[in-house]
Design a binder for this molecule. Structure first.
Ligand code: ATP
Length: 794
């Protein structure tokens, strides 16, 4: 997302200088909170231009620094705390109030101290993050960058601008000091402010002669509870810039150094204006490199920063204010693309994923708890209950399946059955046939053979009627006996089915036994009882010959009569008539057939039962699916939740993978770190050597410089001496000339005197010398007399 540069215009009240003689005429009129119009004070404040200038905010003289800060700078300062680069700068003509706005006064702090306050207050109220704040303060004076908070000896040094591989511009050797409290930061600000170049001009008693950039570098990261876990670090630069004011030499009255400074100021502001125009016109090439100011502010203008410009104007000025407002209008259309500057380590990334997963879980939990939660919970409980029942049923069904298979195998597959079938023919020994005939005669199943067998139960639907009586139709005539043959679903469900079936068989056979043991008057029965008819009943028919032996009569003398069972003492005697034997045989064969039929019915019944159970399972599964469908209808978010669960699961898998990768990475990092350490040590050694070399070079250069200085001084002295010699020679020559001239004129004078006295010249010369000597003696005597007088006075 791109942000327009925020532009605010601040009109300061007229100051004493402007109102020295008379109230200053005011040429600007503010309408509303964001427009300003030029008016003509000489013409009853008539609006000069039809269209007013519109900005994000226009502050009249009644607004204080805090208002300007809150409306324009605060959002930028606060977003710097969240990782966005930010720049606030004050632009305007000299004496329009830029420094007043940025620095303020003791009782009315400006944007920089307010930002410092704001930053520490926010840090105080953000306990879950930790911050590191560094500060630098530089000025651009006459196109030279210097450090305002560096030590005294380094302060005058001109710093250069460099660009790193990512395209970020930085100033080399600029001191960045870490600060941990508001007071320290304010102290640094004051220190820098003191070192700024200021000067007196006609327009301002304390005119800033340089552009100053107060920069705070804010690093922050979430406070981690786990030791050693690195969080993502956000790094942002907050630039608070107080520009020097454009000035008109004729107005400022600048001369000498002030004039030179003014030239640099105007030139760099012109470059800034050009960059702003190029950016607002969307030009491809922007001349950032033409001045140090635009180069340093490159990111803040059309780059990765949130920027605000506060244009300060004086209500009394016209031309300069129009120029400022034009600059402001152009700046308003510039768009920046600010992004959070974050340095994310893999560990931090992982932690972030984990947090996202945690949030997802929490959301899911929250959704569960919201309005539909109760309904959903009910359905879920129903489903759980249903699922539990289904599981129970499935377990039972499986159990039954196994049992059924186990219990049906010997009957259907083992040769024993065949054996039995074979035996059936031998089973109806004449005695038993007789016994059966006589003992079974009064019983109903003697006339209705089917009653003896297990009929396929008329099973009611499984779920509706759980009680199943397999033997209910065994016989209506002997209810007490037959009731023993009944099995219920409880039996079915809780007991081993083979036992159930065996119980059924036992019951049936017990019926038979009862029948056989019926106290009906019968000789055979009596005989049979005497001979102790023995039913060897096993849970299932024997599968091997040994077991088959259990079915035999106790008499070892009848090995051929092995069969399903045989009756001791029912052997035919030689006296038994043949037709009786035949009839018994017939009856027993019939019985065997009935048994056989019963067995096959039972097997069929078991198969049906298995089929039925399968169907039942299908019905249950369908109903389970239907319920899930209903549940989905009740909770339309269920799919979303499922997909959330799925993505949660995926994310956890990803997390595990990433953890693995991280471990590998950290291992290789460790190795790399180790190597890096070595390289660092090597570098340090090299660095020390280089440092020594640099120091030596430095010393050499200094010595060389001194030597050169001295040499040049020597040259200079020599030159001077030559000059002096020449001058002396000239003077001596002149003196000689003078002396010659004097001697000649003296000679002339002596000649004239001799001619006048009509004597010779030697006489005149001698008298002249006598005079000179006498004058000398006279001055010596008067000096002695003065000295004597002085002594007498003391
Ligand atoms: N809003 C204001 N309210 C009251 N006085 C103000 C306001 N703005 C500026 N002044 C006064 O105007 C004078 C000039 O202000 P200041 O030095 O801040 O201007 P400047 O734009 O920084 O000038 P220069 O570019 O020359 O440094 C100062 O005396 C200051 O106190």
């Amino acid at each position: 997302m791109s942000d327009n540069i925020v532009v605010g215009v601040r009109v300061r009240p007229p100051i004493a200088r402007e109102e020295a003689d008379r109230p200053a005429p005011l040429h600007w009129h503010i309408t509303g909170t964001n427009t300003i119009t030029q008016v003509d004070p000489a013409n009853n404040n008539k609006v000069v231009a039809a269209t007013p200038y519109a900005f994000d905010r226009v502050f009249g003289s009644e607004y204080g620094n805090e208002d300007v800060y809150a409306a324009v700078a605060q959002p930028i300062v606060e977003s710097a705390l969240t990782g966005f680069n930010g720049t606030v700068f004050a632009y305007g003509q000299t004496s329009s109030g830029k420094t007043y706005t940025m620095m303020g006064e003791k009782k009315n702090p400006g944007i920089i101290p307010l930002a410092i306050q704001n930053i520490f207050h926010t840090i105080q109220n953000t306990p879950d993050r930790e911050y590191l704040i560094r500060v630098s303060y530089m000025e651009i004076y006459n196109e030279n960058i210097s450090d305002l908070i560096a030590e005294r000896e380094k302060r005058g040094k001109s710093l250069s601008i460099r660009e790193d591989t990512s395209g970020s511009v930085y100033v080399t050797d600029l001191k960045e000091e870490c600060v941990n409290c508001e007071e320290n930061l304010l102290a640094l600000m004051r220190k820098g402010e003191k070192n700024r170049h200021v000067g007196v001009t006609n327009m301002n008693e304390r005119s800033s002669r340089s552009h100053s950039i107060f920069r705070m570098i804010i690093e922050s990261r979430e406070r981690s509870e786990e030791d050693g876990v690195e969080e993502a670090v956000t790094v942002s630069h907050l630039n608070l810039v107080d520009l020097a004011g454009s000035e008109n030499a004729s107005q400022s009255g600048a001369t000498g150094d002030r004039l030179k400074e003014g030239g640099f100021i105007n030139k760099s502001l012109f470059m800034l204006g050009r960059v702003i125009s190029q950016l607002s016109d969307g030009e491809r090439h922007v001349n950032y490199r033409d001045s140090k100011l635009t180069r340093i502010l490159q990111l803040s203008l059309g780059g990765n920063a949130r920027t605000a410009i506060i244009c300060t104007i004086t209500p009394a000025a016209v031309e300069q204010t129009i120029s400022t407002l034009r600059f402001a209008s152009r700046a308003k259309s510039i768009k920046n693309k600010a992004i959070v500057n974050e340095v994310v380590s893999e560990a931090a990334l992982l932690k972030r994923y984990a947090k996202e997963i945690k949030d997802l879980k929490r959301n899911l939990e929250h959704e569960r708890k919201c309005d539909k939660a109760q309904e959903v919970e009910q359905v879920r409980e129903m489903l759980d209950e249903e699922a539990r029942k289904n599981l129970e049923l499935l377990a039972k069904v499986n159990e039954l399946k196994t049992k059924l298979i186990v219990s049906s195998l010997p009957r259907g597959k083992t040769p024993v059955v065949k054996k039995n079938r074979a035996r059936r023919e031998t089973w109806a020994a004449p005695a038993i046939a007789q016994a059966m005939r006589t003992s079974l005669a009064p019983m109903p199943f003697a006339s209705n053979k089917m009653d003896l067998c297990f009929r396929r139960p008329e099973l009611p639907p499984w779920t509706e009627h759980r009680n199943v009586s397999f033997g209910s139709s065994l016989s209506t005539d002997s209810p007490d006996k037959l009731s023993d043959c009944s099995i219920t679903s409880d039996d079915f469900g809780t007991q081993d089915v083979s036992l159930v079936l065996n119980a059924a068989e036992q019951s049936k056979l017990a019926c038979l036994e009862t029948v056989f043991e019926s106290p009906e008057p019968s000789n055979i029965t009596t005989k049979r009882r005497r001979r102790k008819v023995k039913f060897d009943i096993t849970p299932s028919p024997p599968t091997d010959t040994k077991e088959a032996a259990c079915f035999t009569t106790t008499s070892p003398a009848t090995p051929k009569r092995e069969g399903m069972f045989s009756l001791a003492g029912t052997q035919t005697t030689p006296g038994t008539p043949a037709h009786v034997l035949r009839s018994r045989n017939l009856k027993l064969t019939e019985k065997l057939m009935v048994q056989d039929e019963w067995l096959s019915n039972w097997q069929e019944e078991m198969r049906d039962l298995q089929e039925f159970q399968k169907k039942e399972i299908r019905v249950l599964e369908e109903s389970y699916e239907n319920k899930i469908g209903n549940y989905k209808l009740l909770d339309p978010d269920v799919e979303q939740k499922q997909s959330l669960c799925q993505s949660l699961h995926d994310a956890q898998t990803l997390l595990m993978d990433a953890n693995r990768a991280l471990t590998e990475r950290s291992q290789s990092n460790e190795r790399l770190n180790h190597e890096l350490e070595k390289v660092k040590e090597e570098n340090e050694r090299r660095g020390t050597c280089e440092q020594e070399l640099i120091t030596l070079r430095h010393q050499y250069n200094e010595i060389k410089k001194k030597y050169e200085d001295r040499e040049s001084k020597l040259n200079q002295l020599e030159n001077e001496r030559n000059d002096f010699d020449m001058r002396m020679e000239l003077k001596i020559a002149k003196q000689k000339q003078k002396e010659e001239d004097i001697r000649r004129s003296l000679e002339d004078a002596w000649q004239e005197i001799a001619a006048y006295e009509k004597s010779n010249m030697d006489e005149v010369k001698r008298r002249f010398q006598q005079n000179v000597e006498l004058q000398k003696q006279l001055s010596d005597l008067s000096a002695d007399a003065d000295a004597q007088k002085k002594r007498q006075v003391y």
